[in-house]
Structure formats: structure tokens, C-alpha cells
Ligand binder design. Structure first.
Ligand SMILES: [Fe+2]
Ligand SMILES: [Fe+2]
Length: 421
């Protein structure tokens, strides 16, 4: 099949691929059209996409200010790299309350996030009824660093375990819209532990052009966290923040209580949250907080729960909050709170061995994972990514996806859905 990429705007037809390139990367170009559609949908009005026999078309609204430069291009990767937006506004803008925080609010960040430069995996494809996710978030929790990488509890190498986790994040081949770490960043709140943690995570966030969202947990100390991670004044002010991830609002709450391990949200923070939520965000709001507002079947977590949860329920009732990301439990779980889905990511340092009676559950150096959060128009999914090294099959590959992409929907069903026996 002769695949040609045509990009249309009000001004006319941008030249298709030069004939010499018409047979290159057929599947990639189909995949790329989906990527471009998704990219443009994030910021720009897409008037419609059409897919003809061997022709991929994309029509974008002229009002959106999309610029498709007409230089010859050799593939979708180059095309996407040439896409810019008129206003130059970008995602990832945000700040922590009471202190500055590095963001990646730049047009370069937006374009870079969509270009798959530097060894990123191939573009998402759409073979089903759902378009690609509008936003993607990497959700880690409970790093529990100690100064000079002392073994946690005398047995867990927290730096090595986070290193393995970050290797898996890099292996995803994505550019997430944010990296969120939901608390217990350090075990004892030591400045050196925060510095070591920052040294590991900030390069990854820069590499992926994603804002890094630090959330305070009960093991953290606000002054050291503020000074070492946020370059802010070392005060006891709650570490809260708001990020605009291209229309998806992310709010970090601070459930830590200085001097205690249980969680709470005081009236000041709840009032601040109420003000933030007074205006809905285009794609809704996600809240990131350490103590999850759901039960645990483990008795010791009952003692350390978030107290007076109904006050939080009253604040988020009727707002655009679509989900709550949390940690604290050191095992992955989920539930609902005031009708809002809650997703708890397991720890990177150690996890709870749940295969025991609840009264006997303890930590183990296994089962670490993180969550890959996909935000769609009508739903949000939280995939648990195990941090393991295991022999993995090789049946599905980029070539396989390209082969599928070259088929019609009916041919794909025949090729992959029909039972052969
Ligand atoms: Fe923890
Ligand atoms: Fe905790």
C-alpha cells in the first residue's frame, strides 16, 4: 500500500511526502497520525481526521494557530517536530504554595514531549474505540531515603530500589505529563536524604521534560523538604501546590502532621483547596496526597490513617475532582472516597507482604511497583507496573504493531481475534 501523509489546513494542502519516501514507515505513519491527532487535541481544535485508501489525512482548525511548515519532510517524527502552537503556552506549569519550584513550562517542552527524540518508543496507535490517553502520569510513592543511604530498617537499600524503579520508568519509552511522588520521600527528614533523592529524580524529570511533583508524607519534615527539594524557606507551612497539565489540574495536599505519623488536613488547607476547586479545570482535577482516604485491612494503618476524612469529603463533593493519588500503605490498592476513585501506589523502598494474616503483615524487599496513570476523557486508569527483572516474551513487537496498523479494522479482527482452533 502506498501511504501518503497529507496535512490540510485552511490555507491549502501541505505538500505530501516526496515520492521517494512514499513507501517508508507505513505503519509508523499511521501510528503517527494518531499521535498527531492526540497532540493537536491537547491544545488545538482538530476539525476532523480522515483515513482513505493509502492516504492519511488530518484537518486542523485554522483558528488553532497550528503551523505545519511546508518544507519537505521524511516522516511523521519530523512532521510532529515541526508542529508548534501560536500562543506558545505549554503544559507542566505549576508551583508549590509558598515557594518556587522548577517547572518545565516551555514551548520546547511541549514539542519535545511529542517528538519521541532520544530513543523514545514509537507513537501510540488506536485499534480500539478509545483515542489515546489525553494525559499520562507516572505515580511513585514512599521512597523513604536515609542520609548516606543507610539501609532502611537495617535491611532495605532504598537508593538501589529506587534506581531499579527509575530504570523501569525510562524503559516505558514515554514522555509523561508529570511525575508524582506521593510522600514519605525520606524516612527521617534528613537534608542529605532529600539531596540524594533529588539527585536521582530531577535528571529523569529533565530528561522526560515532565514536572516533578513532591508530596509530603508522615516520615517527611516540612522545613527540610522545602529547603532541599523546593529551594524554599525551611518553614512548617504545608507543602501544597497546583499544576496545570495542559488543562488537567493536579493539586498536591500535605496530610502530614508535624511530630506525628497519622494524617490530617487543617482548616487552612481545606479552605485553600475549596478556593482552588471553585473554578473547574478543562480536564478536571487530580489530587495527590500521602494518607489515602480509604480503609486498610491492616490494623496498624488504622492508627495512622487520615483523621476526620468527612471534612475533606465535604470540600470535594460536587467539584471536578476525578481521582486521588496516594501512598503510605506500601501496597497497591484502590477504592472510592466521596464517589471519587482513590488509587494507592505501592512503595519503591519495600512493600507489605500481604500474603499473611493481617495481624502478621510486615515489610519485604519484593513486590515494588509504580503506577502508570492514563487520563482519558471519560475515565482514568491506574496500571500497576511491577519492578522486576524477568524473562519476557517477544511475540509483540513494533514490527507486529506496524503489520496490524497496515490492515483494515476488519482484517485486524480476522488476523488477531478469530480463534484458530
Ligand atoms: Fe511510607
Ligand atoms: Fe506514610
Amino acid at each position: 500500500m502506498d501511504a501518503v501523509l497529507l496535512a490540510l489546513d485552511r490555507a491549502g494542502v501541505v505538500p505530501p511526502l516526496p515520492p521517494s519516501h512514499r513507501h517508508r514507515h507505513v505503519g509508523l505513519e499511521r501510528a503517527g497520525a494518531n499521535l498527531l491527532e492526540n497532540l493537536l487535541a491537547k491544545r488545538c481544535e482538530v476539525r476532523g481526521a480522515r483515513l482513505g485508501e493509502g492516504v492519511l489525512g488530518l484537518q486542523v482548525g485554522a483558528d488553532a494557530g497550528v503551523v505545519l511548515r511546508s518544507e519537505p519532510f521524511v516522516g511523521i517524527l519530523d512532521l510532529v517536530a515541526m508542529v508548534g502552537t501560536r500562543d506558545g503556552a505549554a503544559g507542566g506549569a505549576g508551583c508549590f504554595g509558598g515557594g518556587s519550584h522548577p517547572t518545565h513550562a516551555s514551548r520546547e517542552g511541549r514539542v519535545a514531549r511529542a517528538t519521541y527524540a532520544g530513543g523514545m518508543a514509537s507513537a501510540p496507535v488506536r485499534f480500539g474505540q478509545y483515542p489515546p490517553a489525553l494525559r499520562t502520569i507516572v505515580h511513585l510513592s514512599d521512597t523513604h531515603f536515609l542520609d548516606a543511604n543507610r539501609p532502611l530498617g537495617g535491611r532495605f537499600d532504598t537508593a538501589a530500589n529506587l534506581g531499579r524503579t527509575l530504570q523501569k520508568v525510562r524503559g516505558l519509552g514515554i514522555r509523561p505529563d508529570a511525575i508524582v511522588v506521593t510522600g514519605d520521600l525520606t524516612d527521617e527528614g534528613e537534608p542529605g536524604a532529600y539531596r540524594d533523592l533529588r539527585e536521582l529524580l530531577e535528571p529523569l524529570a529533565r530528561e522526560l521534560a515532565a514536572p516533578l511533583v513532591w508530596v509530603a508524607g508522615n516520615h517527611d519534615e516540612r522545613p527540610a523538604l522545602r529547603e532541599q527539594l523546593l529551594d524554599a524557606e525551611p518553614t512548617q507551612e504545608p507543602v501544597t501546590g497546583v499544576w496545570d497539565l495542559d488543562g488537567l489540574r493536579l493539586i498536591a495536599l500535605d496530610t502530614s502532621v508535624p511530630g506525628w505519623h497519622h494524617g490530617n488536613l487543617d482548616e487552612g488547607q481545606l479552605g485553600w483547596l475549596r478556593e482552588q476547586l471553585a473554578t473547574p479545570a478543562p480536564l478536571g482535577t487530580l489530587i495527590a496526597m500521602h494518607h489515602p482516604p480509604i480503609p486498610s485491612h491492616l490494623p496498624f494503618f488504622d492508627i495512622l490513617e487520615l483523621r476526620d476524612q468527612q471534612r475533606l469529603a465535604r470540600v470535594i463533593a460536587g467539584t471536578d475532582v476525578r481521582g486521588i493519588l496516594a501512598g503510605h500503605l506500601h501496597y497497591s490498592t484502590s477504592g472510592t472516597f466521596a464517589g471519587v476513585p482513590v488509587s494507592v501506589s505501592a512503595a519503591t523502598c519495600y512493600t507489605m507482604n500481604l500474603a499473611r494474616p493481617a495481624q502478621q503483615v510486615n515489610g519485604m524487599d519484593a513486590g515494588q511497583s509504580f503506577h502508570l496513570v492514563h487520563v482519558y476523557e471519560a475515565t482514568i486508569t491506574h496500571a500497576v507496573v511491577p519492578v522486576v527483572d524477568a524473562d519476557t516474551g517477544d511475540y509483540f513487537s513494533e514490527e507486529w504493531v506496524e503489520r496490524m496498523a497496515a490492515l483494515t479494522p476488519h482484517e485486524r479482527l480476522e488476523a488477531f481475534s478469530r480463534k484458530r482452533s
